[in-house]
Design a protein around this ligand. Structure first.
Ligand code: BT5
Length: 312
């Protein structure tokens, strides 16, 4: 956000400050103060004004400036009411050389899952794609996906949802005790680079927030369905802050992931290009691969679709 507008918000957040006082403190004209206040109001900051001055009373809007305001992570936020796919837009910005941008949308009309599957993303959800330029090898990139699922699950848990993680990238809500679940969020990581170096990495996170589950495919759940609507602005801020913390401490990601894993201890079937594998999921390795105990011994899988099987 524009620095002057940010300074105005900080000043008027704790009580009324007069226009002349703001103009003096910021070394701008009174007319400029008024213009900035109008711009802020249009961005969704509710600013009251009376004889004692301007006061920030509420932030109701969900958009770029309101998400950036108060965000304790280094991301600039680009917001769209409606977009094809936030991952596609983030790709464009990453290709232009940018980093630490979060592309956010209220609705996606061409949302993508993994392997070109469709992702339903109606208005009311949280659809966000974050650009990073990490100094890690592509082999460690899955840690970014795990970091995003840990950040998502914990943000949902803070909102009161019993969110857990299904390997590798689904945030789910368990149904009963036998490993069944409904899907709350999915993550799509895409990157560009060479064998030993990542140019850019985009983590796309889709969270079914303030949406009726009936608007989504079978097997999906939403935050609305589980606990009622959330303040998406605060939710995204917690999500971006947690993700930023995890990417700065990649060694802590797998231990944090294990704590939330619904998959460990389950009998699973992994569908992968080389063929399917059935066994008990026993651990996740340091690089995020799933370790399975199969009839033929221990196997590790780096990628694939995972299905929880009902106990025999
Ligand atoms: C994923 O794929 O779970 C990754 C989803 C990533 C979405 C985000 S939103 C922001 C960013 N921009 C994008 O365009 N994408 C990312 P996958 O594991 O392949 O799961 C896809 C499958 O989940 C579909 O085939 C459906 O069966 C199901 N599905 C589709 N939409 C869903 C939804 N909203 N909630 C739960 N399940 C859904």
């Amino acid at each position: 956000m524009n620095e002057t507008r940010h300074a105005i918000l900080e000043a008027i957040a704790d009580g009324p400050v007069s226009g002349p006082e703001l103009a003096d403190d910021l070394d701008i004209s009174r007319a400029a103060v008024w213009k900035h206040i109008e711009t802020l109001r249009k961005s969704g900051f509710e600013i009251e004004s009376d004889a004692s001055g301007y006061e920030l009373t509420e932030i109701t809007a969900y958009d770029g400036p309101t998400v950036e305001y108060g965000l304790e992570a280094p991301f600039s936020v680009e917001y769209h009411d409606s977009i094809e796919s936030t991952n596609d837009r983030a790709r464009e910005r990453a290709t232009d050389g940018e980093s630490d941008v979060a592309v956010l949308a209220d609705e996606q009309v061409g949302g993508r899952g993994r392997l070109e599957r469709e992702w339903s993303a109606p208005s009311g959800g949280i659809w966000v794609s974050i650009i990073s330029r990490p100094e890690i090898t592509p082999a460690s990139a899955p840690l970014y996906t795990l970091a995003a699922s840990v950040a998502t699950a914990n943000a949902a848990r803070e909102a009161g949802v019993d969110a857990r993680i299904k390997w590798p990238n689904d945030v789910v809500v368990p149904v009963g005790e036998d490993g069944a679940y409904r899907k709350l969020a999915g993550i799509l990581t895409e990157m560009e680079g060479e064998t030993d170096r990542i140019e850019w990495l985009i983590v796309g996170i889709g969270i079914n927030a303030n949406i009726d589950a009936t608007a989504l495919p079978d097997g999906a759940t939403t935050i609305r369905e589980e606990v009622g609507d959330v303040d998406r602005r605060l939710f995204v801020q917690r999500l971006l802050e947690a993700f930023d913390n995890h990417r700065r401490d990649l060694e802590g990601v797998v231990p944090a992931w294990r704590e939330l894993a619904l998959t460990l201890g389950q009998r699973v079937r992994i569908d992968r290009p080389e063929g399917e594998l059935v066994g008990e999921a026993v651990d996740v390795t340091e690089s995020g691969a799933l370790a399975l105990e199969t009839d033929d011994g221990r196997e590790t899988v780096a990628a694939g679709d995972c299905e929880h099987l009902r106990p025999a």
